[in-house]
Design a protein around this ligand. Structure first.
Ligand SMILES: [Zn+2]
Length: 244
């Protein structure tokens, strides 16, 4: 269908008979509609976007749109332990899902389908739950210990609930906090990938080997932060080396 020209619209407007209503409010609506129609003839159509203050402006910003459509919840106490400076977005997002216990772990899959094998594929000695995978499981606990026992020393833990407290804790120096948070996210992500690969028939990666891969990965991240020129984090690599 073609777009009517301005003259066609004008002709329709002038020939359109105004309706009379018994209710005053409807006559007021008719008047407003008539006013709006007369404006339409003189102005071009433009898109207006609702802003956080409720006003409409011809400016579109994804941030504003997100603020308008989202439901605001109370800020959680652990957010800084997830969305810290120099995090890797895919790891942080994965950690966030894990904190909400929304991963398709064996125990959760069994609630959807009773026939599913819910045993841990990494150790085959226990049911697969989030807390078991990160890091009560003998396999993942070995990986985590290889990476973090030197850095955390007496604070070292393999318990999920204690790890949550650890990432919120700011009593250590910020380099230790950064390395703890970053390595935790990278390890959780890698353990989950290893778990998925084994479930799909891949050959198991020995814990020591996975630990070495992650160690290299943390070093690379420290180097890339150095290259970004963030002087505050310049000591992260030497701190990491000192705890190997
Ligand atoms: Zn296990």
């Amino acid at each position: 269908m073609g777009i009517p020209s301005e003259s066609t619209v004008a002709m329709v407007m002038t020939t359109q008979r105004r309706r009379r209503h018994r209710a005053d409010i409807l006559n007021e609506v008719e008047t407003i509609i008539k006013d709006q129609r007369s404006k339409l003839l003189n102005e071009d159509d433009i898109s207006l976007w609702k802003q956080p203050d409720g006003k409409y402006k011809p400016v579109f910003k994804t941030k504003f749109t997100w603020e308008v459509i989202r439901r605001k919840e109370q800020r959680v106490s652990w957010w800084k332990g997830i969305w810290f400076k120099h995090h890797t977005p895919k790891y942080a997002f994965f950690h966030w899902i894990a904190i909400h216990n929304r991963l398709a772990t064996g125990d959760r899959m069994q609630t959807w389908n009773r026939g599913v094998n819910s045993a841990c594929i990494l150790c085959r000695a226990s049911q697969e739950t989030r807390n078991h995978l990160f890091f009560e499981c003998s396999y993942s606990s070995e990986v985590w210990s290889l990476l973090m026992s030197g850095l955390l020393q007496t604070s070292f833990t393999s318990k999920w609930s204690e790890l949550l407290v650890l990432i919120m804790d700011n009593s250590s120096d910020f380099l230790t906090n950064f390395l703890t948070r970053y390595t935790l996210q990278a390890t959780i992500h890698s353990i989950w990938r290893e778990r998925n690969e084994r479930r799909h028939g891949a050959i198991a990666t020995p814990a020591r080997e996975l630990g070495k891969l992650l160690d290299r990965h943390v070093r690379n991240r420290c180097c890339s932060i150095q290259q970004l020129g963030d002087q505050n984090y310049a000591g992260s690599l030497s701190r990491w080396f000192a705890t190997r």
